[in-house]
Design a protein around this ligand. Structure first.
Ligand code: KDG
Length: 337
């Protein structure tokens, strides 16, 4: 039986599968970008994703539409990284700590007491060193657009204040899934428990672990103050996030579309850092108001922690990280910070 093509075309247009030849630019369906992240929507991470989405819509004239998926609703950092590499998800922002599974040199950012302040971190991350490390990602199926700030990490727990490394003795401490963190906190005498961030609140609530370590922004936005009594300010590690794109998907974009995403990422970096730093200034007071007992570890005791954590540095260097560590330290010394 001869089937005229018109009814078929009509039904495909009606189903939104095909665009009507009459469709104007306004009717062109935007390309959807699923952008996954692990923190809450009202966190510094969530606010930056929202800003990035607005920038992309503006710069692309609505042709590219970013949809944010927070609270690890598309998976934890490692699951999302794998989804991007496989081309099943377009974008994410996550920790450099879990990128060590893609390229172990990213573990250099997890070494303790590397950066003394945000200026040092910005100088290294935004300079040749930081971009060179991001340049390693395409070979692994990811495109790193920019760094955002997770922030300086501090310790919370339910047992007692941490005033010196001996106070970690016997504390079950959740750490990111990365050998540097495991080695560092085990060297302090803690029982380091590597765990995905998405499982952390429940682990604290059920006392599977006694404590964790994160920037004060995250302690606030993830409501850890509801299940943690003590906050000890150590600023033991400066943690970056990386905004990454699936290379499989990226390679299918036009140069103009790639430029839109890169330009939006560049603008989002400045926004995110400013927003995160302003929030961090308020967070300690907020956490005290929620009943957390807060102590600041002395410089002398921080130096003892740094000395105690030296085996973690040595192990990272001996496992092939010596060059990247030397490069970072050289970038830091040249920064004149
Ligand atoms: O998904 C959340 C992570 O991106 C980030 O917050 C990592 O600091 C982190 C942690 O403790 O897992």
């Amino acid at each position: 039986m001869k089937t005229t093509i018109k009814p078929v075309l009509f039904s495909l247009i009606a189903a939104g599968v095909l665009l009507s030849p009459l469709a104007g630019a306004a009717d062109i369906k935007p390309r959807i970008i699923r952008f996954g992240y692990g923190l809450a929507e009202d966190s510094n991470q969530g606010r930056a994703v929202k800003m990035f989405a607005q920038e992309v819509a503006k710069l692309s004239g609505g042709k590219l539409k970013v949809k944010g998926f927070g609270s690890a609703s598309l998976g934890n950092d490692i699951q999302m990284q794998n989804a991007l590499i496989g081309g099943a998800q377009e974008m994410m922002v996550g920790s450099t700590a879990t990128l060590v599974g893609v390229d172990k040199d990213f573990g250099v950012y997890d070494l303790p007491f590397l950066f003394s302040n945000e200026r040092e971190a910005d100088t290294v991350l935004d300079g040749t060193f930081g971009s060179k490390l991001l340049g390693r990602l395409p070979a692994k199926g990811l495109v790193g657009l920019t760094y955002w700030e997770n922030g300086f990490r501090n310790v919370t727990n339910t047992k007692h204040p941490i005033n010196r490394f001996e106070d970690f003795q016997g504390i079950k401490l959740r750490v990111m899934q990365n050998p540097v963190y495991i080695d560092m906190f085990n060297s302090f005498g803690a029982n380091a428990v590597p765990m995905a961030f998405s499982e952390l609140f429940t682990a604290l609530e059920t006392k599977t672990v006694d404590g964790q370590e994160n920037p004060v922004n995250t302690i606030q936005s993830s409501k850890f103050y509801e299940v943690q009594k003590y906050l000890s300010v150590t600023k033991h590690v400066y943690s970056p996030w990386v905004v990454t794109v699936s290379k499989k998907w990226w390679d299918g974009l036009s140069r103009d579309e790639q430029k839109v995403l890169q330009d939006a990422a560049n603008s989002s970096r400045a926004f995110e850092r400013k927003d995160s730093r302003a929030e961090a200034m308020r967070s300690v007071k907020f956490l005290a108001q929620q009943g957390m007992q807060i102590n600041y570890v002395s410089d002398a005791e921080l130096k003892r922690m740094r000395d105690k954590a030296k085996p973690a540095f040595d192990k990272f260097a001996a496992a092939g990280g010596a060059t990247v560590l030397a490069d970072l330290q050289s970038a830091l010394s040249k920064s004149g910070q």
